[in-house]
Design a protein around this ligand. Structure first.
Ligand SMILES: N[C@@H](CCC[C@H](N)C(=O)O)C(=O)O
Length: 319
């Protein structure tokens, strides 16, 4: 554990974890099975190196998690200080790492669990119905506490290749073991990169092998998470669009859920479905169901709202 994430752990403690992380208190939590190790580091004194994060997230020799989340007061990070210029209410910053130690801009399930962690650690107060503004590498996100979970204003979405989308062309091609033929994909940014592929049948979704990363051509500049979705038949029930999704996460592998991925899946399917597509979506993932809603944000642009549960399951100390 050092002040620079570039440094690597030199020695191991008896637990097999880097001795540099010994003594660090943590919590373990998840949102629809997308699981995280969380650490409160208000003063930014525990910036873990990539190999330290990977050791803690190791499912066999560490605590285990799809991601590592550090809660830092924004004023103590350069990215946080930059956000405070225009959003002084963003007092807490979510420093998000994938389980391989790589940095991601954003995590939709993670930001709900992050706010729940701040609450449970008594670092913030938040009544049901009230909102908290959180700093992330994808800008500020407003998280509202609801009965049974949290809703996150994820901000506006964007196509990564707007020219492909405008032409409704098939310029992105995705292949994965188990697919009968390579499929067209649509790359969408939710602050982090996603490529969404529609499949016709749940059987084909189940047969898709996500133990290896799917190939995506062209691959977005910083890599991509890949979502395979099966739209329900009929697509809309009681005004809600229904999707089933599996995901291969950049820097992780297959996970039980991905909040930003669910948002990207709804964006792509709504685009493909055309003018009649609804604004409310329920996305079923292996770990549960998350809600996605399109609405006009305070800036007048179309925003995506993600809703779902957040749970803490344990507290401990790294040895
Ligand atoms: N599971 C997250 C996304 C985590 C980051 C992702 N692996 C990336 O590298 O962009 C979510 O719930 O959004």
């Amino acid at each position: 554990m050092t002040n620079t994430s570039a440094a690597s752990a030199a020695s191991l403690s008896a637990s097999g974890l880097p001795s540099s992380v010994a003594g660090l208190p943590f919590a373990k939590g998840h949102g629809t099975g997308n699981d995280f190790v969380l650490v409160a580091d208000p003063d930014a004194s525990h910036d873990l190196a990539a190999d330290e994060v990977a050791a803690v997230c190791d499912r066999h020799r560490g605590v285990g998690g799809d991601g590592f989340i550090r809660a830092v007061r924004s004023e103590h990070l350069p990215e946080g200080r930059a956000l405070l210029q225009t959003a002084p209410e963003a007092q807490w910053f979510m420093d998000y790492r994938n389980s391989d130690g790589s940095i991601s801009e954003m995590c939709g399930n993670g930001v709900r669990v992050f706010v729940h962690f701040l609450l449970e650690e008594r670092l913030v107060e938040l009544a049901e119905g009230a909102s908290l503004v959180i700093g992330t590498r994808a800008g500020v996100k407003t998280v509202t506490r609801m009965a049974g979970g949290y809703a996150v204003d994820m901000g506006p979405w964007e196509f990564i290749y707007p020219d492909h989308a405008a032409a409704k062309s098939m310029d992105t091609v995705v292949n994965a073991d188990g697919l009968e033929v390579p499929r067209p994909g649509l790359s969408v940014s939710m602050g982090n990169p996603h490529t969404v592929v529609a499949l016709a049948e749940l059987d084909e979704l189940a047969a898709t092998n996500l133990t290896a990363a799917p190939s995506v051509q062209p691959e977005p500049e910083h890599g991509t998470n890949v979502e395979f979705v099966v739209p329900a038949e009929p697509l809309v029930e009681d005004g809600v669009g229904l999707l089933t999704m599996r995901v291969h996460e950049r820097g992780v592998g297959e996970t039980l859920s991905c909040g930003t991925g669910a948002c990207a899946a709804a964006v792509a399917t709504r685009f493909w479905a055309g003018a009649e597509a609804p604004d409310d979506w329920a996305v079923t993932v292996p770990g549960g169901v998350v809600g996605v809603r399109f609405r006009t944000g305070p800036d007048g642009r179309e925003h995506v709202e993600l809703s779902g549960p957040a749970v803490l399951v344990a507290r401990g100390t790294l040895l």
